[in-house]
Design a protein around this ligand. Sequence first.
Ligand code: SF4
Length: 732
Amino acid sequence: MALRFFSDRNRPVHLGPYPLERLRRQDTPDLRGLPDARPLAVPTQGLAAAMADHQAMMDAIRDGLVNRARAACPDDEGERARHLKAFGYFNDTHMVGICRLPPAAHLPQPWRNPGIDRLANDLKTKQTKTLASGIDMIMADLKDSMEAPPSTIDGHTHAVIFLSARPRDPWPDEASTEWLEGAGPAAAALRASETAVVLANYLRLLGFDAKAHTETSSDVDLNRLAVEAGLAVAEHGEVSAPFLGLHFGVAALTTTFAMTPDRPLARYQPSLGPRWWLGWGTANSALNRDPFARRRFADGPHPFETLKRVDAPTTYIDEPRVPRVPKRTDMFARAQFGDLGKAVQDGAKGGHYAKKAPTAAAERRMLGAFVLLQDGPPSEGLHPADPQENADAIKAAAYFLGIDAVGISRCPDWAWYSHDAAGHPIDPPHPTAISMIVDQGFETMEGASGDDWISVAQSMRAYLRFSLLGGVIAAHIRQLGYSAKAHTVLDGEVVQPPLLLLSGLGEVSRIGEVILNPFLGPRLKSGVVTTDMPLAFDRPIDFGLQSFCEACNKCARECPSGAITAGPKKMFNGYEIWKSDSQKCATYRITTKGGAMCGRCMKTCPWNLEGLFAERPFRWMASNVPSLAPALAALDDRLGRGGLNPVKKWWWDLELEEDGGYRPTRHPGNARDLQPDLKIRPEDQTLAVYPAPLTPPPWPYPYPMDREAGILAYGDLLSPDDHRAAVARGED
Ligand code: SF4
């Protein structure tokens, strides 16, 4: 885990993780020594080759229709610049700069990724029967994008440039070295492209023309723009960025959206001294900028090797009695079919809850496009056969790309849905699961209430990251000769929480279906790649969370919908779990007027930590001294942790209106703070559950929920001990 001594809680998000504001600047860019612009040559083997389709897909959607209903967003050019930079940093870009777009930066001949044509051909023959709902719209959008004549950037006046740090080269004796060799430039270009394409879409949704430019498809000289925007200097035919040197990927967007530009960097920069070395006031420092500087990629960015491993998850799973349920039981699917009533259906129809805030809507298009790449036939491949070597190499590849935690386990039949979204039975095709988690990000979470206008984008950003990187890992496995499918939020066939438990990525928390990781807390989204590749399994972990959550009910207290139980764990569908009321939770998330979706439980949990050195004693005591759990939970409250930090609020509270435009919301925002004095007792809660006997049939037609039956079913749930006793008596 990268070492951080100081909090950056007083640093606004738009300043980013590096102290760019402390650099010396000048009025005009020094363009001497600028290299000739040329597209990135991507290796045709190894992990870089597996990225090719995802890069081409992003290149295919770097442009698009501009919303005719222009948003009512701030005119102030300084505020606009701060906003877009913060959005870039929210997406984990390492540096963002803005410049006016000089005509001389236009390429005489735009580059077009040749992979787009290959992709267009593949899509013509793509089998769509098992794909997500809404796939027809996604296909039509892509067809239009790929076949449209190239658009121009005439009239664009400004550019936003994004730099992504390149992962270090693999060490010669490291797992996966062969696959990772030469893949760094493509990986950095991929991550920079992700941000540029999403933010260009964001500006078009706001009603301003914008187009993204990547190292494989561009209308502009990206190196020149990096120099103009004060992110880099040109020297001897190379472009070098402070803090990153020559090791970065670059992408940009050009637009008609006017913003205050940055000033170019001076060629000579004085030393930034101990503040930079130690990270005073910035998230990144000389000490921690590369979590893999002294760690193997396969070991991950956090000290997972310090965790206590156990033979079985810390919560009981009665495997023979876990029923397989259809995908149709998913609460968001039920909402769309009207099972939760008309108000919820209206909020869910067409994914309205994801579109109502433009920051999330901007992520949605790419998320849909990646559905088309998450599965496919294996190629001939080399079929590497050693399970341990394969496991190390797959983990190394995932961490190299930027996944935050990876675990590998069996993928038992009971972890698969019984039927897919269209009602077709699922015959589990793969025995193994590679579970991955993506951090939703502490910084923006700190400025949010958890259920305000950024909440849905926090989820979408993490889902999108998995769709991109998990999709690349699945493609890589297929090119090695094995079958593999990425199960994403839009099209997944496995139930993910038990797989996270089996693969040692976390323990069951009071929040319910949310698995809590000791290093990321509950602040995560997961995705799974299933495969038939031989892989060694990880073991479950025990970091004391069961005792901690027994002593803490902060998430239950802070949940705005009252969906989280303050009572004990029960057996539900074969799992020992603090069973929450998913109906209440989904209803609130879909219909809340003061924001878009909700993750307030993640925000307020004491395990939602910044990652500071000073927090290590908390983690150690919480994990190793169960008797301290009540005191630690009380201390967390006394310190006011989980409250709002207005310094970190960067997003605009814009809401989708009927004409398709985004305007300042007319509803009071959910700007909640903590309620430490609220006492919540299980006997005061009325919760409902829908176990297997109450689930809808697998087919896509309405099946209204019977809440009274659900409430009775909650009352009938057995404790784990009573369940075991009933099984021993032969009562199934
Ligand atoms: Fe567990 Fe407390 Fe976090 Fe809820 S808020 S998941 S009870 S530690």
